[in-house]
Ligand binder design. Structure first.
Ligand code: 8YV
Length: 326
């Protein structure tokens, strides 16, 4: 196919907002429609832009290397641990993500998961459906948000939106990040272990990737202690999953609320079997409203690139430079 339009390789599901938006401005080569993926990529190795419509689609360096003129990868998702950032930095490829538009939705989900885990709403709902209320009332929950402090692991835009909600609930917040943030007034805890020891609830909301791999390990869980509750809204990779399972089984922590897992969509049978765990299928941002905004931002980043302008949301490691021409 020859075309005057800029060409884009679309990797991932054919979402209506992405397909419609890209089709209007580019010649879009849709990997999802290819019979032979490898041959399709080889036949279009001249393209200079990739759009990735799902964080479940990995973008490793050896895939990007198959497009020698590659300038930009515009991906879905605020997290970008599915892309090889180091490779992109070394080869002057700009990576874009979809921050901001999902912040409030993910923070809503985090509060929902926190409340469900602390006050056992899913368990209580199952109790009603099973007809057990007719026999006796649901037991009082051991955990409460009252008189508790939440220790946030991570305090980026989503972390701050979660903290704002906790402020409104009257729940004190402290946080751990490598460096204290100047733009927040919550108490900064330089040591994760000490913070875990001091609080009853850990809320994980840090980026995934090598820098945070297994950050929440057995030592942190033990510091959180037998009344402790862990909420993971970040990435499965941030928590040592076998260590978490063991800590829950041994009652070394009280409960966990998990939106993310090490090998999604597989959830360990041990977690499914436990009643003190609330499990969600990675739906932090998953409303039609927010997902469409994220999808549109992929299109807007590509549109800026096709117009020779800086993309709207390059990730910090790969800022737009004048030689990324579009
Ligand atoms: C999505 C996310 O729920 O943006 C992210 O990084 O984790 C979420 O918004 C996830 O990408 C689901 O595929």
């Amino acid at each position: 196919m020859t075309t005057d339009k800029p060409e884009v390789m679309l990797i991932g599901p054919l979402k209506p907002v992405v397909v419609k938006g890209l089709d209007a401005i580019c010649a879009v080569h849709k990997v999802a429609e290819a019979r032979d993926r490898d041959a399709f990529i080889a036949a279009h190795s001249h393209v200079r832009a990739i759009a990735c419509s799902d964080t479940a689609c990995k973008i490793p360096g050896d895939l990007m290397a198959r497009f020698p003129k590659l300038e930009i990868v515009a991906s879905f998702g605020v997290g970008y641990d599915h892309m090889d950032v180091k490779w992109a930095m070394a080869h002057d490829v700009v990576l874009t993500n979809t921050p901001n538009v999902l912040t409030e939705e993910v923070a809503d989900t985090a509060l929902g998961l926190l409340l469900c885990t602390v006050r056992e709403f899913p368990q209580a709902e199952r109790y009603v459906r099973a007809g057990k209320w007719l026999e006796r009332g649901y037991p009082l929950t051991k955990a409460t948000l009252r008189n508790r402090t939440v220790g946030m692991v991570g305090m980026g835009a989503i972390g701050q939106a979660i903290a704002r909600r906790l402020d409104a609930f009257g729940v004190p917040v402290v946080y751990h990040t490598r460096q204290p943030r100047r733009d927040v007034s919550y108490l900064h805890c330089p040591s994760l272990i000490e913070m875990a020891r001091a609080v009853d609830i850990l809320m994980i909301i840090v980026p995934g990737g090598p820098g945070t791999q297994n950050l929440i390990n057995a030592e942190v869980l033990d510091a959180l202690g037998p009344d402790g509750i862990l909420i993971n809204m970040a990435r499965g990779s941030v928590v040592d999953e076998p260590a978490l399972i063991k800590a829950l089984q041994d009652k070394r922590i009280m409960a966990a609320g998990l939106d993310v897992f090490a090998k999604e969509p597989e959830v360990p049978q041990e977690l499914i079997a436990m009643d003190n765990v609330v499990l969600l299928p990675h739906l932090g941002s998953a409303s039609v409203y927010t997902r469409e905004k994220m999808d549109q931002l992929i299109v807007d980043n590509i549109a800026a690139w096709t117009a020779g302008k800086p993309p709207l949301t390059p990730v910090a490691e790969t800022p737009w430079r004048s030689w990324n021409k579009g």
